[in-house]
Design a protein around this ligand. Structure first.
Ligand SMILES: N[C@@H](CCC(=O)N[C@@H](CS)C(=O)NCC(=O)O)C(=O)O
Length: 208
């Protein structure tokens, strides 16, 4: 399996998940320029990361985009890693629930903060949009903080959702969103940063 990632982007979460499987994989670290070049657009026409390529059991080329699908593929390809739980439908669903929270609630909450102009051209409105985004982001992290009460991991076991939450916590840091009062979230981030797999990925992506 080969992962295309950009340093610190949501694809870094897939990179950590792959590392956690303990299985060999290839990785290509992209940048804003190479993501828009024809070679990569042939893999993901939207020019976004993550994407993976793999070879099927029949020897055919397999290409997959969309973070949630890729995380599911990683978890299902390497079930022994337990990144979607113990194989029960219930644990798979709980891991998917928190992955969906990260991919569909928390991640898009940052979009107006990163690029308000995509929502409204009038620059005079941008501060208001960003302030609303910050509020929404906080609310989502409060949800994560509640979920982490008495738990090490979002789903109650280590899953594909955890690297995603971690990567988005890095965005919160970069955007100076104060989460210091959310003790469970703070402890989670420290746990992730102490993880050897996370540290190895940050090094490969030039973020260590
Ligand atoms: N819906 C897509 C969104 C992926 C996405 O937003 N990727 C960002 C990085 S976090 C990206 O590559 N944006 C395009 C760019 O940076 O040019 C998914 O879940 O995979």
């Amino acid at each position: 399996m080969k992962l295309y990632t950009k340093p610190g982007a949501c694809s870094t979460a897939d990179h950590i998940a792959l590392r956690w499987t303990g299985q060999p994989f290839d990785v290509q670290v992209m940048d804003a320029k190479t993501m828009k070049e024809p070679a990569y657009l042939a893999i993901n026409p939207s020019g976004a990361v993550p994407a993976i390529t793999d070879i099927t059991a029949n020897g055919e080329q397999f290409v997959l985009t969309q973070n949630a699908a890729i995380m599911g593929y990683i978890a299902d390809t390497y079930p022994d890693a337990g990144l979607a739980g113990d194989g029960s439908a219930q644990q798979r669903a709980i891991a998917s629930k928190w992955l969906a929270f990260c991919n569909s609630d928390l991640h898009p909450a940052f979009t107006p903060l990163f690029g308000p102009a995509a929502f409204i051209e009038d620059a005079a409105q941008h501060d208001a949009i960003k302030a609303a985004a910050r509020k929404r982001i906080r609310k989502n992290f409060e949800t994560a903080n509640t979920a982490l009460e008495g738990k090490q991991w979002l789903a109650g076991f280590r899953s594909v959702a955890d690297p995603y939450l971690y990567v988005i916590l890095r965005w919160a840091d970069a955007m100076k969103i104060d989460l210091s009062d959310l003790a469970n979230v703070v402890a989670f981030k420290q746990r992730m940063e102490a993880d050897a797999g996370v540290q190895a990925v940050l090094k490969v992506e030039g973020l260590a």
